[in-house]
Design a protein around this ligand. Structure first.
Ligand SMILES: [Zn+2]
Ligand SMILES: [Zn+2]
Length: 258
């Protein structure tokens, strides 16, 4: 879940936590878009100077909503060349877990930006997908993160490659397994042009066979989306062959059966 500190979400953390209690969730986690060096990397993430405020707001949400366990995390962008920055972010706080996401290809192309659909014009879809999964593989291999965020975000506008997706997914998922980390079922894809959760059923089936960990996320950018479509997400996980999901605290996970 996000907060207004990223400049494209609404509602204070305590409102998200209150909504979680309302919909019957007992545990939630905040994963704000983590800062990048400098304030002008882009305009859709938390600024470095707001990190302490972010942590304060999460602690306040926990105090004000005692029926909900509130976890502290970040959604860190994987951009090659910033590995030291990522490692440093991981040490800024005793995070309960860390999500890593790829939102940039070629260093600068923010391929999922809702206002920049036309940035895909003239792109080679197969090459974009191949680069995306190679970056996801590298993000897993870094050994810093617990969860790979929305691991087919590349489909956001509905573009499908003609190339064999399984051949792109496998090296990525095998790295996730080697590192003993997790992927997530992220329900926010339902609100995007692709119209389905991240990732696709076929990717999930391969992930379950390989034996990677699984978590659930609504990727809520407003309180009303907290826990949205989780019943559907759990059904999808079961259909795909998963039997457990992971819970995190203090950087450690436990596997919980459905
Ligand atoms: Zn966002
Ligand atoms: Zn994201």
């Amino acid at each position: 879940m996000h907060t207004p500190l990223c400049r494209h979400a609404e509602g204070e953390p305590t409102e998200y936590a209150a909504q979680a209690a309302r919909v019957g969730l007992t545990e939630i986690g905040f994963t704000e878009h983590a800062p990048m060096p400098g304030d002008d990397f882009d305009d859709w993430r938390m600024l470095e100077r707001d990190l302490d405020l972010y942590i304060e707001k999460i602690d306040q949400a926990a105090v004000e909503n005692p029926s909900v366990t509130v976890r502290k995390s970040l959604e860190i962008d994987f951009v090659p060349g910033y590995e030291e920055w990522m490692r440093d972010l991981a040490k800024r706080c005793k995070w309960d877990y860390l999500i890593v996401s790829v939102h940039y290809l070629g260093g600068k192309w923010s391929f999922d930006h809702p206002n920049h659909r036309d940035s895909w014009n003239g792109r080679d879809i197969n090459a974009a997908w191949a680069e995306y999964y190679e970056l996801l593989r590298q993000s897993a291999a870094l050994g810093v993160f617990d969860i790979i965020g929305h691991c087919d975000l590349i489909k956001v506008f509905g573009d499908k490659p003609s190339a064999d997706c399984a051949a792109m997914w496998r090296p990525f998922l095998e790295e996730v397994k080697r590192q003993d980390i997790a992927i997530e079922i992220n329900t926010n894809g339902l609100n995007k042009p692709c119209g389905e959760m991240y990732p696709s059923p076929a990717l999930l089936e391969m992930a379950a066979k390989i034996g990677v960990g699984l978590t659930f996320g609504s990727d809520a950018h407003r309180p009303g989306r907290v826990g949205e479509q989780f019943d559907q997400a759990i059904a999808l996980a079961k259909r795909s062959g998963f039997t457990h999901h992971r819970r995190f605290a203090g950087g450690q996970y436990e596997s919980v059966p459905f």
